[in-house]
Write a protein that binds this ligand. Structure first.
Ligand code: SF4
Length: 359
């Protein structure tokens, strides 16, 4: 039987139950989820499904991440709510490819772990599953593992097995809607060009879950704990003088009441300049290098290959901007004389991140 898999939280419990109910059936997992956005989240969910299938002894096939084809399929339905028309198309796409794969592999039956998700419409899944199974000459197996306390059991297992528990369905549109309802920025969509790993980001989580696999392979103990913290994202920022943009690097937690200001440096000493508006401090690249123990030759170099956020926080602290201080700190090649224009659009918000504690 080919089992279309959406995520480990659904698949681990679902596969366990399938193995009990179909002891003579050889199960093959099929991870085909091009709806998942961004790609780092796709990789994270796949990583955890690989771990789960390995534990259960189930072979796993990865489908193609044909995201653009998925986007084209749901075009025009972006604003639909969850369980609406966009989800129906999303199931169509995933089930059709799964049914084709089942036929290609010579499987007689197919099913999907989406059936166990309490957030999905059972009727929608059944309708789509049956339709495509029939079209490709396989049997759709509509098992119900939600009822009879199944959902509670699934939650217990997911905790016990320390599975990665995502907090959105998967696609860009569902994510944006969900974050709007929660009044939270969709920080999953921030992806710096320089590729740096931001605090509380999917990339940070991906690294952590990769690390935990290493620990498991080495037989070492660990815990995954959740922590509340104040997160930060810089959306846009620049420094200009006489209409020319100066190369600048804005450190984390730089916040301005009004996004734009105009002023000048009132005082400077040892590579630090005190600006006369918005409590802004400017720092020369030379001084930054001294504190961060780095060797950047230009601010552009720093911009495209920055230090980890922890180092930037240490730099802030070294110039007197410790915990709770949200004054802007900006690295420039030198402290300029004369008037400057500064623009910073950023967001500060309470967030939760997962941390790996090695025992
Ligand atoms: S909300 Fe979920 S099921 Fe609906 S379209 Fe997005 S990824 Fe697919």
């Amino acid at each position: 039987m080919l089992v279309h898999i959406c995520c480990s939280v659904d698949s681990h419990f679902f596969l366990q139950r399938l193995k009990e109910d179909f002891p003579d059936e050889k199960l093959t997992g099929f991870f085909y989820d091009p709806n998942i956005h961004p790609y780092s989240e796709y990789r994270l969910r796949l990583l955890d499904v690989q771990r789960s299938c390995k534990k259960l002894g189930v072979a796993l096939v990865e489908g193609e991440y044909d995201y653009e084809r998925w986007l084209a399929a749901v075009k025009g339905y972006e604003l639909e709510p969850e369980k609406g028309a966009r989800c129906e198309i999303c199931f169509d796409r995933r089930f059709e490819v799964s049914a084709k794969m089942a036929r290609k592999l010579g499987e007689k039956r197919m099913t999907t772990t989406l059936l166990v998700s309490p957030k999905k419409s059972w009727e929608q899944l059944l309708k789509t599953g049956r339709r495509f199974a029939k079209e490709y000459g396989v049997e759709f197996v509509p098992v119900d593992y939600r009822s009879g306390g199944g959902t509670q059991m699934q939650q217990q297992i997911s905790k016990k097995e320390r599975l990665y528990r995502q907090d959105y369905c998967g696609c860009l549109f569902g994510l944006v809607q969900q974050r709007e309802q929660q009044g939270k920025p969709a920080d999953e969509l921030f992806s710096p060009l320089c590729g740096s790993v931001l605090p509380g980001s999917i990339e940070e989580r991906l690294r952590m879950y990769e690390k935990r696999l290493e620990l498991e392979e080495e037989g070492r103990g660990y815990r995954i704990v959740r922590q509340k913290f104040l997160n930060y994202r810089l959306k846009l920022g620049w420094v200009r003088q006489k209409k020319e943009t100066l190369p600048s690097y804005i450190l984390p937690y730089s916040t301005m009441k009004r996004r734009y200001t105009k002023g000048r440096v009132e005082e400077q000493s040892e590579g630090i300049g005190w600006f006369n508006r918005e409590e802004i401090r400017l720092i020369t690249l030379e001084r930054y290098n001294e504190i961060a123990q780095s060797a950047y030759e230009s601010v552009s170099e720093l911009l495209y290959a920055p230090m980890p956020s922890e180092t930037d926080l240490k730099v802030r602290e070294s110039v007197g901007l410790g915990l709770w201080d949200l004054s802007p700190l900006i690295v420039l090649e030198r402290i300029p004389e004369g008037n400057l224009e500064i623009f910073i659009e950023s967001e500060i918000y309470p967030d939760v991140r997962e941390k790996l504690v090695v025992l």
